[in-house]
Each structure stands twice: as C-alpha cells, then as structure tokens.
Design a protein around this ligand. Structure first.
Ligand code: ADP
Ligand code: MG
Length: 478
C-alpha cells in the first residue's frame, strides 16, 4: 500500500532589532557571555518589560509579506515552565491572540509551484543558552540570548515531502531577508525549525505526528524528515503505532530519537501577561510598513517569468536572494538583454564556483558587467562557449579585468575564416582514412571524434558551428 507524508513546520526567526524585545540590552551575536543581559532579561523582581516597537514592525512586515490577516489587537501571554536558561520561570509569547493570522507563501517545490498555508506567526522572546562545555562537569548559563525577539511562523500541514519542506524553508529564508527582518543565519541560530511529521494512506485522516525539535540546517531538515517518514512507515507496516512525541535529530547517526512523549509534555498554563498592554496596530502603521516593502520574491519571480521568459524553476532560483536577483538583472543589462544565457550562466558556472568556495554572491569576483561582456562575445561569435568558460575562470581568479583585453592578450578570438577551417577539416580527413571509411559505412558516433580533432588543431578556437557544417558536408559518402 502506498503512503503519503504530511509535514508542517514551526520556524523560529530571530528578528534583527538592535535591542531585545522587552529590554534595552543589545542582541549582537557572539558577545562575551552574560555581557548583554539586563535586570529585565534576568527576571529580577520589580522590573517591567517594555515592548520594542521595532519587533512589532518586523512582525507586521512579515504579515504583509505573506498576505496575512494582521490582528488589530494582539496580546502577550506567559508560557510557564522551569528551565535554568529561563530565569523568570516563564517565556513571554503569544497564544490566543497572535499578531499575524492566516496567510500563505508560494513555493517552487519538486512537484512544481504550490501554495503553502501559514496558520499564524507570533512574537515571543528567546531563552538563554546552557553551555555544557569548558566547566569541568558543570553547566554554565549565558543569558545574552534571553529576550532576543523571535517570530514563530507556523505552517499548515501542507507539505508532502522532505524536499518540499526544504523548499518552503528556503522560501521563508528568502522572504525574511528581502523584508530585512532577520539575517536568517541558521548556523548562528537566527533561524531554527521544528518539523512535524506524520504519514497516512492517501485519502485517510491525518495520522499521529511526531515533532522533531530545533533542526538547524537545510540539509538536516531534509535528512531528519526523510528518516522520520521512513521510521513511521516501517513502524506502521510492522503493525505498530506512532506515539505522539517530541524527537531529536542526531546528525552524526542520521536518526531521530525520542525526547519526551505527549504524556510527559508540559502544561504551560498560558495566561495574558499582566505586565504588558495589548498591542494595537493602527491603519497608519500598516500603511507605513506597506509603503516601505521592497519587491518581494513572489512578485519578482512573476516579473522574471514575464519580462525575461524564464521558466518558474529558474526564476525561483534567481530570486532566492535579493542580491542574486540584482546580479542577474545587472548581467542581463550588460549583455544587452540576453536573459536566458545569463540565467544559465548564473545557475551553472557562477553558482557552481560560489558553492565550491562557499562564497556568497555579494563576494563574487566576476562582476555582472564582466559576465554580461562575456555573454555578448559568445553571442557575436568572438569566442566559443568553451573558451568562455576558460575566460570565466580567469576572471574569477583575477587574471584579468576586461573581457575583450583578455580575449586579445590570450589570442582566443574564435576562428571563423571559412577557408582556414576548411583546410583543417581536410587535413583531419586526410590523416584518418580508416575512421573516415568506418564513419561512411555507418559508424555515426565517430562524428564527435572528427569534431574533436579539428577543434584540437585549432587550439579550441574554430567556430564549432562551422566545423560541424563542414565536416557533415565533407564526410558525406560519395
Ligand atoms: P500544537 O498546538 O501542539 O503546537 P499545532 O496544531 O499548532 O499543534 O500544530 C503545530 C504544527 O504541527 C503545525 O505546523 C501543523 O501544521 C503541524 N501538524 C499538525 N498536525 C499534523 C499532522 N497530523 N502531521 C503533520 N504535521 C501536523
Ligand atoms: Mg506549537
């Protein structure tokens, strides 16, 4: 029998406000332990939290970004539990009245375009961190993170595979960076993800879910969900039952392990925080934020498809970050409008080089102008695609700045002189009578051999289209 997976993600995003959500302490990552924790963050008696307006604005921007219902009134609540990194004994969060209500995000998944529903997004404070190393068996507490503003984004169980979940997470990552509300740095914990996973037979009710807590990279999200789907299928096929529980992903062993079952789950005793007034959003605040929004990925993707004739998949890759999209558009301008070659070069050579060197597009050593120049020289027949790749590598390693100057100084101009190419073709044919005979008697595959020989003799510079045409003509039997 076939199984289908059902996945919903809860994504925690640290907002990039300069100070914390309820105190004036700085939120900078990597500061000396406990150097950014005020009396409020420490939960000292007699202190009062004050809401940071920048965190509210960031939540509004997100709400606009997912076309959500934004609550005119939202309420902070206390989520009560004990943990050493939570000195107040409760986390300030939002429960019944979150600031952002239902919205949606369009993603480009393995099955094509899909709209994923977002149930809600609420504001809360981050907890501190327990440090289990360096203390000779003791645990240290760093409260720098306590009170850092978080936006928790809860998706509907609309995702059907690990790959689709990653596509959604990437879309969230792209969106929060376009909105400039978070750096989205997963390695530093600025974006963390809880993955809810269940399986069922198509058409059945939702199955019992497990929640994998705090997965901290795109790769681990994919692997953890894949593992968990298979674990649940195996369990059910063996006649077992899935228990609702919280699990942890162990990247070293690539498996998920039970942390606590539903019965052991905390009862958080949520109640409205009496220290904080409800948040009221005015129409003016909303209009103000709306006016400041940049073009967002979904709109940009549509525009790239309409204006540049790109397919959805390519457009989705290019709009993944604002910087990459800007690079693409600058290259198109520099290449005099050759959008498709620009897209192919960026998704091929540029991204491959960046990935290999673990670099961001903002540090790409080949400028959009240089890439555009290169593409223009392929288009006008000055160089072949193959030579262009060599030149790209030369530009990448800083061996030259100007594309035309590089072509000239290296003598790479493509040879399009028909007489010259014809002579090379004749010479190759004369030197390989056996292969010529074999080709003419039906060994079509040898054609590539002849092309290769001619290209070799021209040191890669012969115009490949002309070489092909001449070889076809001269190798034809009779
Ligand atoms: P809770 O109140 O326990 O946190 P929610 O209803 O808020 O539960 O759901 C939390 C997350 O779990 C959401 O992202 C939701 O899409 C997802 N989810 C809920 N039910 C299922 C299910 N049966 N299978 C997979 N994911 C689910
Ligand atoms: Mg939840």
């Amino acid at each position: 029998m076939t199984w289908e997976a059902v996945i919903g993600l809860e994504v925690h995003v640290q907002l990039n406000t300069a100070s914390k959500i309820f105190s004036g302490s700085a939120t900078r990552f990597g500061a000396a332990a406990n150097s950014q924790a005020s009396l409020i963050d420490l939960g000292m008696p007699g202190t009062l939290p004050v809401v940071n307006a920048a965190a509210i604005r960031a939540a509004l921007r997100f709400g606009l970004g997912i076309e959500a219902e934004i609550a005119e009134r939202s309420v902070f609540a206390r989520k009560n539990y004990f943990y050493p990194d939570l000195p107040k004994g409760y986390q300030i969060s939002q429960m019944e009245e979150p600031i952002v209500g239902a919205g949606h995000l369009d993603i480009e998944g393995p099955e094509g375009s899909k709209r994923v529903r977002i149930i809600r997004a609420h504001l809360e404070e981050d907890a501190g961190k327990s440090l289990h190393t360096d203390f000779a068996g003791m645990t240290g507490i760093d409260l720098n993170r306590a009170g850092t503003p978080l936006l928790e984004i809860v998706s509907a169980p609309d995702l059907a595979s690990a790959q689709e979940a990653v596509a959604y997470l990437r879309a969230i990552h792209g969106l929060i960076r376009y909105l400039d509300i978070s750096d989205g740095n997963m390695a530093e914990g600025s974006m963390r993800c809880d993955c809810n996973v269940s399986v069922r037979h198509p058409g059945e009710e939702l199955g019992t879910r497990c929640e994998i807590k705090n997965v901290n990279s795109f790769k681990f999200v994919e692997k953890a969900i894949q593992y968990e789907i298979q674990r649940q299928i195996d369990l059910l096929e063996d006649g077992g039952k899935v228990r609702q529980e919280t699990r942890l992903y162990d990247a070293e062993r690539n498996e998920t392990r039970s942390m606590r079952s539903k019965e052991e789950a905390n009862d958080y005793r949520y109640f409205p925080d009496p220290d904080l007034l409800p948040v009221h959003i005015t129409a003016a605040m909303l209009a103000d934020e709306r006016a400041r929004l940049p073009e967002l990925p979904t709109a940009k993707k549509q525009r790239f498809m309409a204006d540049y004739g790109l397919i959805a998949y390519d457009a989705a890759i290019l709009v993944a970050s604002r910087e990459l999209a800007d690079y693409f558009e600058a290259a198109v301008r520099a290449s005099a409008g050759q959008a498709k070659p620009c897209a192919n070069w960026i998704m091929g050579e540029v991204l491959a080089h960046l990935n290999r060197e673990e670099m961001e597009i903002t540090h790409c050593p080949v400028s959009p102008q240089q890439l555009g120049d290169l593409i223009r020289r392929i288009q006008d027949g000055t160089i072949s695609g193959k030579i262009a790749k060599q030149l790209f590598s030369a530009l990448w390693s800083g061996e030259g700045q100007d594309v035309d100057a590089l072509i000239d100084s290296r003598g790479l101009r493509q040879e399009s002189d028909a007489g010259l190419i014809s002579a090379l073709v004749d010479a190759v044919i004369a030197d390989h009578p056996d292969n010529v005979a074999a080709y003419r008697s039906g060994k079509d595959k040898l054609f590539g051999f002849f092309v290769g020989e001619v290209m070799k003799r021209s040191r890669g510079k012969a115009n490949p289209a002309q070489v092909n045409a001449l070889l076809k003509e001269k190798l034809a039997p009779g």
